[in-house]
Design a protein around this ligand. Structure first.
Ligand SMILES: N#Cc1ccccc1Cn1ccc2ccc(-c3cc(N)[nH]n3)cc21
Length: 234
């Protein structure tokens, strides 16, 4: 998979050089390229924003730099044989909520492009224009407002990247995680068995794997009922 990320703060994405995703890039399991939107501006001040039509606070990101950046990425991918029509992911407070199912769906794609907006967002015409060459998806991390798309991009690259073959050491661990089966994950413990007066649940020391599995399932259901009843409603 290839993932291109466009931002006016490319250094924000440096975290993608670390840990599991960083290693996956080094091992050639994942091709992540970060682009500075200002490389696609040509005025003296490298302008990427302007005042909003219709008035209102803040600034809006100009469409042309985005079109040049996205065209450059799509052309480069086509020239290097990435066949798929890229998926353009646009983090925004007004998007579909990004869930584990979204990550799983995106992990099947060949090419993702993430457009990290800032200010009050990107000129809407960019998404209409982009829909000719991209499958455009506006996505929200949740019902809270960030200052830009970079944090969402980091989260999405990690959530998708870790699902790719070979990225996570033990693929079985992906199966038992929160949301992978629609429930929250069970509590985990490690040594020592007694710690500051707190014990590990004795069932986990029993060696009875059948009863341990049942106990863990019950813990998942109990936690989900208590913390995320919405996951049980549909
Ligand atoms: N757009 C916008 C906007 C609209 C109102 C107030 C502040 C902003 C700032 N902003 C600019 C880019 C951008 C990208 C993603 C988010 C974002 C995603 C989630 N889930 N929360 N916030 C916010 C972003």
């Amino acid at each position: 998979m290839r993932i291109d990320v466009v931002s006016i703060f490319p250094e924000y994405l440096a975290a993608l050089e670390l840990s599991l995703i960083g290693r996956a890039r080094q091992d050639g399991l994942l091709d992540v390229r970060v682009h500075d939107l200002r490389e696609f501006t040509f005025d003296r001040h490298r302008t990427v924003d302007d005042t909003p039509y219709g008035g209102g606070a803040g600034m809006v990101m100009k469409p042309e730099p985005w079109a040049l950046a996205l065209e450059s990425i799509a052309d480069d991918a086509a020239a290097s044989g990435v066949a798929d029509r890229p998926t353009l992911l646009v983090p925004t407070p007004s998007g579909e909520v990004f869930r584990q199912a979204t990550a799983a769906q995106l992990a099947e794609q060949q090419h993702l492009v993430i457009a990290c907006g800032r200010y009050e967002g990107i000129d809407e015409r960019v998404f209409d224009w982009a829909s000719e060459r991209f499958d455009v998806r506006l996505v929200s991390l949740g019902d809270y407002v960030l200052n830009g798309g970079e944090v969402a991009a980091l989260a999405m690259v990690e959530a998708v990247g870790r699902l790719l073959p070979g990225v996570v050491g033990n693929p079985h661990s992906l199966v038992e995680e929160s949301h992978s089966d629609g429930l929250l994950e069970y509590p985990v413990y490690t040594k020592p068995a007694q710690w500051r007066g707190h014990e590990v649940p004795p069932i986990l020391l029993s060696g009875d794997h059948g009863r341990i599995a049942s106990w863990r399932r019950e813990q998942q259901l109990e936690r989900t009922r208590a913390r995320r009843p919405d996951l049980l409603s549909d």
